[in-house]
Design a protein around this ligand. Structure first.
Ligand code: URA
Length: 441
């Protein structure tokens, strides 16, 4: 079918068949379609949606538009499993989860991204480690996935190239917020990594990518359904993002926090609880545990024994970072010159946070990008962020700012004070709101 006829059919609300969707996506990848046609197609999908069968076909076509990683030649002793998150603030789960799963017998080829909007990016966090390369050669990547069990790197040009072009057009044609386009974009990239199973962390709350809890749930259910129908058994967790997940936000600060969890210096907290919940689902999905109790037992043992930390250290060293990061993080990770406590303006309970605004504060401090390609400052951010529900006296610190200058700290302090609500006591939001499991058909 001519592209314009397929676009017309979608414009008029018809469902497209898999062959037509395959041709359109191939045209996006090989320039057979012009930007105007891609924009019109995206808008037709945005306005009329796609049913589940179309969304599966779109996901498979995006996945197959470039290289699909194949691990069979490596004869790996365990399953290839991964996690993806819709992103948040203080979400440094991947740095703990990948090595932890590796210590339990899984293989995690994690292709991660950079910060987007108010959310932090795993690659930016890892690049605060001096020497760490997020673009290793393929042989190094495959060797680490086989020998260490985990490698966290950036996307290559050959992985799901149709998504890169389609996303760039969506970004400038007001068509980002479309469920089938979001699902196929996220899954097209992830499923191209040759996974046996996937776990998705879909965030809910004031720092989440989706605007409402209902929209987050719909995304989680659609992702689990579509990925499983595309052949990758997928579990989606709905997790809370109504406050930063870690008690800090900012690249090197979050790496320090991940190290504290991995080495056992921090044994509780929401970051550990969500990571443990996601990890248990990965072990179940990958067949590395028979039930949830066994999965949690195995995870606790491999964390306490130091094996997860050891895998992290090997991954960092294998990708060019310092061999003694775990033992001497302060020797390698940068610190900001200005530190300032932010004080509660009155007594009361910390009732609410505009988590998105906290993330934007980190961006404005220099920890994220205002424009694509900008250099970021790995040292800046927030730490010691009090949890929702904390009782504060007037003048008691509820966060510490890490800034490059007093003027930047002044501005960030004003923003932080506007982003919090102090009032009556409240209960902490449930951390793992739901788990949606889907087997491949
Ligand atoms: N993340 C993606 O990779 N794609 C989208 O469309 C939205 C979020």
């Amino acid at each position: 079918m001519l592209p314009q006829e397929a676009i017309r059919a979608k414009r008029d609300g018809e469902a497209l068949d898999a062959a037509t969707i395959g041709d359109l996506v191939a045209g996006i990848a090989d320039d057979g379609l012009g930007d105007a046609q891609i924009g019109a197609l995206a808008m037709a999908i945005f306005l009329n949606g796609m049913d589940a069968t179309e969304t599966v076909a779109l996901t498979e076509a995006v996945r197959d538009s470039g290289d699909v990683l194949d691990w069979t030649a490596l004869d790996l002793p365990g399953p290839v499993i991964d996690k993806h998150s819709t992103g948040g603030v203080g979400d440094v789960v991947s740095l703990i989860l990948g090595p932890w799963i590796a210590a339990c017998g899984g293989h995690v080829p994690m292709i991660s991204g950079r910060g987007l909007g108010h959310t932090g990016g795993t690659l930016d966090k890892l690049e605060s480690i001096p020497g760490y390369s997020v673009v290793p050669d393929t042989a190094t990547f495959r060797r680490l996935v086989k020998d260490v069990g985990v490698a966290i790197i950036g996307q290559t040009a050959d992985l799901a190239p149709a998504d890169r072009r389609l996303y760039a057009v969506r970004d400038v044609t007001a068509t980002v917020e479309s469920l089938p386009l979001i699902v196929s974009s996220i899954l097209g990239k992830k499923l191209a990594c040759g996974l046996d199973a996937l776990v998705m962390d879909v965030k809910v709350g004031s720092g989440a990518f989706m605007p409402t809890p209902e929209a987050s749930r719909e995304l989680a259910e659609t992702i689990a359904e579509v990925a499983s129908r595309a052949g990758t058994p997928t579990t989606a967790l709905l997790t809370d993002m109504s406050q930063p997940l870690a008690p800090c936000a900012g690249n090197a600060l979050e790496v320090r926090e991940a190290l504290a969890v991995l080495t056992g210096a921090r044994r509780d907290g929401r970051l550990l609880e969500v990571t443990r919940g996601l990890a248990a689902e990965m072990l179940l999905a990958g067949g590395l545990a028979t039930d949830r109790t066994a999965a949690l037992g195995k995870l606790d043992e491999r964390l306490a024994s130091g094996e997860a930390a050891e895998r992290f250290g090997r991954m960092v060293a294998g990708l060019g970072g310092p061999a003694n990061l775990l033992e001497a993080p302060d020797r390698h990770l940068p610190s900001a010159p200005v530190r300032r406590l932010v004080l509660a303006p009155r007594a009361g309970h910390l009732r609410g946070m505009d988590t998105r605004a906290l993330g934007m504060t980190v961006v404005e401090l220099g920890g994220g990008r205002r424009q694509a390609g900008e250099t970021i400052d790995p040292a800046v951010g927030l730490s010691d962020i009090a949890e929702l529900g904390t009782k504060l006296d007037a003048g008691q610190p509820f966060a510490t700012l890490h800034a490059r200058s007093p003027a930047e700290a002044d501005q960030a302090e004003r923003q932080l004070l506007e982003a919090i609500e102090i009032g009556e006591a409240t209960t902490s939001p449930t951390l793992i709101r739901d788990i949606i499991r889907r087997e491949a058909p």
